[in-house]
Each structure stands twice: as C-alpha cells, then as structure tokens.
Ligand binder design. Structure first.
Ligand SMILES: *Cc1c(COP(=O)(O)O)cnc(C)c1O
Length: 476
C-alpha cells in the first residue's frame, strides 16, 4: 500500500494509492549499460581514514583559526547546536509522515516568532534555502504585489556597493536592476536616488548595515522617498551581527527583509551551503508569502495554505530544517540580552581592529563601523596588491579576509572579526597585518611569492576558472 498526501483546506490529507503489480525483472538493465570492469582503488579502511583525515587537516575552518571573511560572518558555532540538530526526535521525523510532527512544527513556529521579534516584521517564511534564495523570494513578492495592485512596475534600484546576488536575483525574476551611486561616506547618494525614482520603480534593495560595514544615516529619508512613490523597501539582512537585539529592521522603514541563519544565527557554512534565508514581511505583504505558513491555535499547530496571493512554494516541504534547529538553539541559549551582546561585541571588535590597522593601511571610509570595515591596497609600496596580502596571511595561519569586494573600494580588503574572537587573537592578527606591511617595504618578493608554507602554493586562479579539470585521473 502506498500513501501520498494531498493539500486540502484543513491542511493535508492522506490518500491511498492502488498497488501496482510490477515485479522487478532480473537483469532489467540493458547489457550495453552494465559495467564489466570496476576500476576502483583497492585500499584498506585504515588507509581511507588516513587519507581523509589528512585532507581535512589541509582544510581551514573557524575551528582551526581566525577567519575574518567580511560579509560572510564566519563566527564560532556553538557545538551544542550540533547536538540538538542530531537529536533522534528531529532526525527521525519525516515531512511525509502521516501525522505532522508537532515538535518540529513548534520549533519552526517559535523560531518564526523570535525572528519576527528581532526584525519587527509581521510574519516570516522559513522556506528559502539561502540568502540569495531569500532575495528571489522577496523580489517575487514585490513583483506579485504590484501585479495584484494592477501596477506595472519593472525596476528595482540597487546601490553600487551591493552584494552580487542582489542584481542577479532581480534579473532572475525578470525585473530590471538599476544601479544607484554611493556618496563619499559610503551611503546612498540621495541625489542619484531622486534622479532615478519614478513610477516604474517597484522597490529598492539595500544591504543594511551595508557592505562597507556602515548603517546608512539617511535610512529613514530613503524609506520615505520610496514609500511616497508607492515603492517597497527591501533589506538584505544577510549580515545582522551588528544590529541583532539592538535595532529592528521594520523600524528603519523596510517592508521586506531576508536573514541568513547560517551567518548571523550560527551554522557552519561555506561554498554553497547548508543555508537558510528566511524572509520577513510587514502586515500588508503577509498574504504574498510562500505557502504553507505554520499556525498555532488552542495549542495545536497546523499548516495554512490559505494565502490568497501567495507566490507559491519556494522549496520542498519546510526548508533546511537542520539549520533552523541550530538557529533556534542559538537564539534560545543567548536570549535577548545575549543577542544584544553579540552585536555590541561584533561592533567593538571591528572598531578595535580598524583603529589598529588604519594607521598602516588606507581606510577609505574613515568612520565608526558596525560589524566589518574595508581597507584598500592603494598606496602600498613596491606594487604589492590585495592578493599578495591575502596570500601572505595564509603563511601566518590566518584565513584571508574577503577581497576585491565591495567593488567601490580599490583592492578591497574586507575584514569582519565577529564577536567570538578574543582580544589576543585580534592583536595577533593586527600584528601580522602590520608585519606584512613592513615586509612589503623591505622584502616585497616574500609577499609577492606567498604563500610558501601551505599545501598548495599560489594557484593560477584565472586558468582554474577558465579551464577547470573536473575529472579525477589519478591512480591509487
Ligand atoms: C552572503 C550574502 C548574501 C547571499 O547569501 P547566500 O546564503 O550565500 O546565498 C547576500 N547578501 C549579502 C550582503 C551577503 O553577505
């Protein structure tokens, strides 16, 4: 007997499917597709274990060193999160089980409520599987909102300091991304904004704090300009480390926000996952959220598919549940006070490091920063550039900061120390950065040829990107 689940007005109902009598035939795979020879390496278990352990040691992560990757929030992820995520009650739950698991629903419901409290939004969908997926969800909501209103608006404004995924999400949604200039303080140029605002503008997508680690001082005025024009204000809230527990996104005038649980709310991540990019909206946009929403009534949880203007479902089932468990654990373990401390320490650490380094490296936007700051390679001696600094840092046991982003800073070196690093680590990193500057003056070849003590030396990144060798041809 096979059971499937169909949507119904009250949630889901189980439907029994007739048994199909199709026995598995022997040798049902065509002869031509059968493999005669297996060319697998013959190795013992102990050799396999040693091989992978050796590989893992060549890897660099937050568990073995400082990882100041700006805009990515590579902070310490409490190990208790992992313990919670592998509890049997969670790992054995299946989204197609006949009875929806009330514990899982409760966790998602409460996580949504906590994130609503943190952002000030009315409701939040937990479905999107990444920040960029959240952006796509948000832009689809904006698009549908104007479709339902009967307005034809096709443009989304995006500042030139934005993360590359912002214009990509807009384009993917068949809307037009229009670039807005930043001023010499790293904020949106209001004159350029006013020049570009018209009745075709559906919204503006602003990263906040922005990729320079600054909160736009004119944020309320920007919100007013947009709302007076009937446009929506979207917040890329991927990096909430500097404001969590202190200020609410909705209070700044935003209508939609996506968060990156895998950054701010602690899940180890990198190169494509695992992620979770919840999207929050103000009251007037709740009806457009993906279905289903989780509701609670008389202490019972149910799935609500009744959203009149929903953009549909953005991902199978509920999203990346494991990441949600970790975010939930993190929020509950810290509480409101703890979250506020996260932000305070993230800002303190970034400013401490910035004040130490700005005497030695050019700091284009010299003002108090939030969770990160951006140095430039302008003025470094002997043609030393950002790549050289990043590679030399590896020799000293530090992961490189984010480099060459944001694009509005020449040779950007974007440093985010996060709240979880000690003063000793920050001092050591600052000392090494200062030492590299001295090497650039006295022994530039050393820096140009770095790294010299990593498992692989400087790679030809251009050839690797243009002619990747994706097939393994080695023999064991
Ligand atoms: C990381 C990031 C994103 C994209 O998030 P993913 O989960 O990697 O898709 C978008 N905007 C900003 C500002 C980010 O830092």
């Amino acid at each position: 007997m096979k059971i499937i689940f169909e949507k119904s007005s009250s949630g889901r109902k189980a439907v029994e499917l007739p048994e199909l009598d199709v026995p598995m035939k022997e040798n049902s795979i065509p002869e031509s597709m059968l493999r005669n020879e297996l060319d697998l390496p013959e190795v013992s278990e102990v050799d396999v274990v040693r091989h992978y352990t050796a590989l893992s040691r060549k890897n660099f992560g937050v568990d073995n060193g400082f990882y100041p990757l700006g805009s990515c929030t590579m902070k310490y992820n409490p190990k208790i999160n992992e313990d919670m995520a592998v509890l049997n009650g969670f790992t054995q739950a299946h989204p197609l089980a006949p009875d929806l698991n009330p514990g899982c629903l409760q966790l998602m419901y409460e996580l949504e409520k906590d994130l609503c409290e943190i952002t000030g939004m009315a409701r939040i969908t937990l479905q999107p599987a990444a920040g960029s997926h959240g952006e796509l969800t948000g832009v689809m909501i904006i698009k549908k909102y104007f479709e339902v209103k009967g307005e034809k608006r096709t443009k989304i404004l995006i500042p030139d300091s934005a993360h590359g995924t912002n214009p990509a999400s807009v384009t993917l949604c068949s809307m037009e991304a229009v670039e807005i200039k930043s001023n010499n303080q790293g904020s949106i140029d209001l004159e350029d904004l006013k020049k570009n605002i018209d009745k075709d503008v559906a919204g503006l997508m602003l990263t906040n704090p922005n990729t320079l680690g600054l909160v736009d001082k004119n944020i309320l005025e920007i919100a007013k300009i947009l709302h007076d024009n009937g446009s929506l204000f979207y917040c890329d809230g991927a990096n909430l480390n500097a404001v969590v527990g202190i200020s609410k996104i909705a209070d700044m005038g935003f209508d939609i926000v996506h968060l990156n649980l895998h950054k701010t709310f602690s899940t180890p991540h990198g190169c494509g996952g695992p992620g979770s990019g919840p999207v929050g909206v103000v009251e007037k946009l709740v009806d457009f959220l993906p279905i289903p929403l989780i509701e609670k009534e008389n202490n019972e949880y149910s799935l609500n598919y009744n959203l009149k203007n929903s953009i549909g479902q953005m991902r199978a089932f509920f999203g990346n549940f494991g990441v949600m468990i970790k975010a939930y654990t993190y929020i509950k373990a810290l509480g409101a006070e703890g979250l506020r401390q996260v932000a305070e320490n993230a800002v303190l650490n970034a400013n401490y490091l910035m004040s130490k380094l700005k005497k030695h490296y050019k700091l284009p936007y010299d003002t108090i920063c939030k969770h990160e700051f951006v140095l430039s390679d302008e003025g470094l001696p002997n043609n030393i550039i950002t790549t050289d600094i990043a590679k030399r840092l590896l020799d000293y046991g530090f992961h490189a900061p984010t480099i060459y982003f944001p694009l509005i800073v020449h040779g950007a070196i974007m440093i985010e120390p996060t709240e979880t690093e000690s003063k000793q680590t920050l001092d050591r990193f600052a000392d090494v950065m200062i030492k590299i500057k001295q090497e650039a003056e006295q022994n530039p070849d050393r820096v140009k040829n770095a790294p010299s003590n990593t498992p692989v030396k400087r790679l030809d990144a251009v050839t690797a990107a243009r002619n990747p060798i994706l097939k393994w041809e080695g023999k064991c």
